[in-house]
Ligand binder design. Structure first.
Ligand SMILES: [Fe+2]
Length: 247
């Protein structure tokens, strides 16, 4: 089965629609690693898309903060302003759906989903040391994580941990990774709504474990139209600027 892996959508429906169009006909099941909302201008639209698709979704820290499941004490002022704005926009139905999202790790369709680190959903996984727990403790050979907004990941076999540098070039739509059992993988599809790895294109992955491949995709979208809606909504300017930079 081919699984569409979405993460860190951050209320950017223009990016999400570009992703769904590029992925059309290439997947049977969809999953989401959290941060459905927060930062972007379209929280209701993005939540509605996922609910309509029936995407198996776990919660991210922004979903928790917006839904009142966690306090925003640890959020910087810019992120907190976006949380407050988002909460005021969301319909009661969408807010309830976000509040009820399960935490990771969640096993589904032969893979495991986490938002941040395997042992702590709010922790970031940037380094091999931070990736080790997930690689060793996950119940599946392939685990997907988000939260950092960096596409790529890690693999582990025979006490050796490898950093996987996977980035489609600007002229390419995707780069494929071959999955080699019994090697273990901790993979990040990247962020749809707010990439931070230097490539402003929306990022996602398609996993086809029957054929031992994971494709890491990038797709361009109309960033300026999203920036225009963010300015109309008076969302903080640093959040507007970073979309074009991809950082
Ligand atoms: Fe995020």
């Amino acid at each position: 089965m081919r699984i569409l892996v979405l993460s860190d959508l951050h209320a950017n429906v223009t990016a999400l629609d570009a992703v769904l169009e590029a992925a059309q006909g290439r997947w049977e099941q969809s999953v989401c690693l959290g941060d459905v909302v927060g930062y972007g201008p379209d929280p209701n639209e993005v939540t509605a898309r996922l609910r309509k698709l029936g995407t198996q979704t776990i919660r991210g820290n922004h979903d928790k903060a917006v839904a009142g499941v966690m306090p925003t004490d640890d959020f910087n002022p810019v992120a907190k302003a976006a949380v407050d704005w988002t909460r005021a926009q969301l319909t009661p139905e969408h807010l309830s759906w976000l509040a009820a999202l399960p935490p990771g790790p969640l096993a589904t369709d032969g893979i495991v989903l986490v938002h941040g680190a395997f042992q702590d959903e709010d922790e970031y996984v940037f380094t091999p040391a931070q990736a080790l727990d997930g690689l060793l403790d996950s119940t599946a050979e392939v685990t997907f994580f988000g939260h950092t907004h960096h596409q790529g990941g890690f693999s582990y076999q025979d006490s050796r941990l490898e950093v996987l540098q996977i980035h489609p070039r600007p002229t390419e739509s995707f780069a494929a990774l071959r999955i080699e059992a019994p090697r273990r993988y901790l993979l990040n599809p990247g962020s749809i709504g707010q990439p931070r790895d230097g490539d402003p294109r929306a990022a996602f992955a398609i996993a086809d474990l029957d054929h031992q491949t994971v494709e890491f995709w990038r797709v361009s979208y109309d960033i300026s139209s999203v920036q225009e809606r963010m300015r109309q909504a008076r969302l903080p300017e640093p959040l507007v600027q970073r979309l074009m930079l991809g950082r």
